[in-house]
Write a protein that binds this ligand. Structure first.
Ligand SMILES: Nc1ncnc2c1ncn2[C@@H]1O[C@H](COP(=O)(O)OP(=O)(O)OP(=O)(O)O)[C@@H](O)[C@H]1O
Length: 483
């Protein structure tokens, strides 16, 4: 028991927030995608992944390797094949619905108006085909629609299907409280068991219902009967109330759904919430509480907040050796750059400064902890920058041929101004050019070369250039000199 409480004490508030945020994301993915094909495939991929982990833990090398390949390929395929469905699921009206609401519930379709219109059209023998999409994307199976942004009303529906209207042929698509498209061609059902008096209008309704999760209402021009097609069934509906009920259920509008169904829906969502929480807690434990692993890392030391009037002359160490520990999953995923050692120089003074390296100087990713650090202190010597004029000398290398003699060499400019730490510049009295090979020279002339700033902390003053010209004079040795 005491062990359990000791364990609880190690859980930080950040860990709880972490689990809650990720559980909620998982729960929202379920709410937005439930019932779609993409969701079913996602569940399949997750099951494959679990299977692969089990196979790996049992040591089934080939099986786990093969499942991993299939899972990776399937994850790419899901995005390509279901891109339209994913887009539809994410296409909600506002951020609030995306983060909080139920995607179907916000669209209050006037189901009574639609039911009333269907029976009115039936009475007047006006044929109609009305599609109510579910969660699945229809764009792959329907064709030829004309966009139509109009709020649903009895007058509008009747006038669209009025036989003299140019767009009365085909189906209308209802989204929320809008007629989204008119004149849409639906796929025909190939079923043999449909009654013979069902013509192409009814076959089109059955065809779309078979292929997708849409509900289609048909009004027969010949008989005036209202028929509904959904999944694999198609049946006449005698009363407007019954049609209203069916539409409410399909559109997930609560007051039309029975109390039982509402309860079931609530239970399903609660279960999804609890399951998301359990899954995320499990993943969190797997990640952060697996066996502790220790690693040693060499991390470059960063010196920050250097007072602008000082230069760093010398440091005792450029790297600190850290011994870190944490769960093996976190330690394995550790990348350079996630760990930083920083020494704050804001309070440093001229000369030698000693800084202790403690937990406060080290930035670690969450879940990774410091065990030891070497060295425990770092020495930093700071210096004040000054400007100094230095003569330039040519760095001759190699030898002239035996018969030649370098008489004179002049560097232009002869001096250059550099900026550097006062202690450094105390010891520097000359600046050299880049090495110039004597072996290549055969007669007097001039050449261009550059300056080498040594030590590298030196900088040229503005206006100075690191390019210099060397004019040199070479003469032949006399016979006596050669001897
Ligand atoms: N693939 C289709 N997609 C959308 N609408 C279609 C399609 N095929 C036919 N229709 C609609 O159905 C009408 C033809 O209906 P048809 O008489 O063949 O069918 P029906 O099932 O007997 O219907 P009704 O009882 O109204 O006569 C067309 O004018 C057109 O508006």
């Amino acid at each position: 028991m005491t062990r359990f409480f000791a364990f609880l004490a190690t859980i930080r508030w950040q860990d709880l927030v972490d689990i809650i945020i990720n559980s909620y994301i998982l729960y929202r993915v379920y709410v937005l995608f439930q019932g779609t094909n993409a969701f079913r495939v996602l569940v399949g991929i997750t099951s494959l992944w679990i299977l692969q982990e089990v196979a790996a833990s049992l040591g089934l090398i080939l099986t786990s390797w093969a499942i991993r390949g299939i899972t990776t390929a399937a994850a790419i395929i899901i995005i390509v094949v279901f891109r339209n469905e994913i887009r539809t699921a994410l296409q909600v009206r506002n951020l609030k619905t995306f983060l909080w609401g139920s995607p179907n519930r916000e669209q209050a379709t006037s189901v009574e108006v639609i039911a009333e219109s269907a029976y009115q059209m039936g009475k007047k023998r006006i044929g109609a085909l009305i599609v109510f999409p579910g969660k699945e994307d229809l764009s792959e199976v329907i064709h030829g629609g004309i966009p139509w942004e109009g709020i649903v009303s009895q007058e509008m529906l009747v006038s669209i299907f009025w036989p003299k209207n140019p767009v009365h042929d085909g189906a209308v698509i209802i989204r929320g409280n809008h007629v989204a498209e008119v004149g849409v061609l639906l796929p025909l059902s190939q079923r043999q068991d449909l009654p013979t008096f069902y013509g192409t209008r009814h076959r089109a309704a059955a065809g779309l219902a078979e292929r997708t999760d849409a509900l289609v209402v048909v009004v027969s021009e010949e008989r005036g009967r209202v028929t509904v097609a959904k999944d694999n069934w198609i049946k006449p509906i005698a009363q407007p109330e019954e049609l209203t009920q069916l539409l409410r259920k399909h559109l997930n509008l609560s007051d039309g759904v029975s109390v039982d169904q509402q309860k079931r829906e609530r239970l399903k969502l609660t279960l999804a919430g609890v399951l998301s929480l359990l899954v995320m807690t499990g993943i969190w434990f797997g990640f952060t509480r697996s066996d502790d692993t220790i690693i040693a890392l060499n991390v470059p030391v960063e010196y920050v907040n250097r007072p602008p009037n000082f230069e760093i002359l010398e440091t005792s160490m450029d790297e600190a050796r850290l011994q870190l520990y944490g769960s093996s999953a976190l330690i394995k995923s550790l990348r350079t750059g996630q760990v930083q050692v920083r020494v704050d120089l804001s309070k440093a003074t001229e000369g030698r400064n000693v800084f202790p390296i403690t937990q406060d100087n080290i930035v670690l990713p969450p879940g990774v902890f410091l065990n030891k650090v070497y060295p425990p202190t770092i020495e930093v010597t700071l210096d004040v920058p000054i400007t100094k004029e230095l003569p330039i000398q040519v760095d001759w290398v190699g030898r002239l041929p035996e018969n030649l003699l370098l008489i004179k060499a002049k560097v232009i400019p002869e001096v250059v101004k550099v900026i550097g730490g006062s202690k450094i510049l105390e010891k520097v009295n000359t600046l050299y050019t880049a090495p110039v090979k004597l072996d290549n020279l055969s007669k007097s002339g001039s050449l261009s070369t550059s300056l080498v700033l040594t030590p590298p902390s030196l900088k040229l003053t503005s206006g100075s250039t690191d390019k210099v010209t060397v004019n040199y004079q070479i003469e032949e040795r006399s016979a006596d000199e050669r001897k």
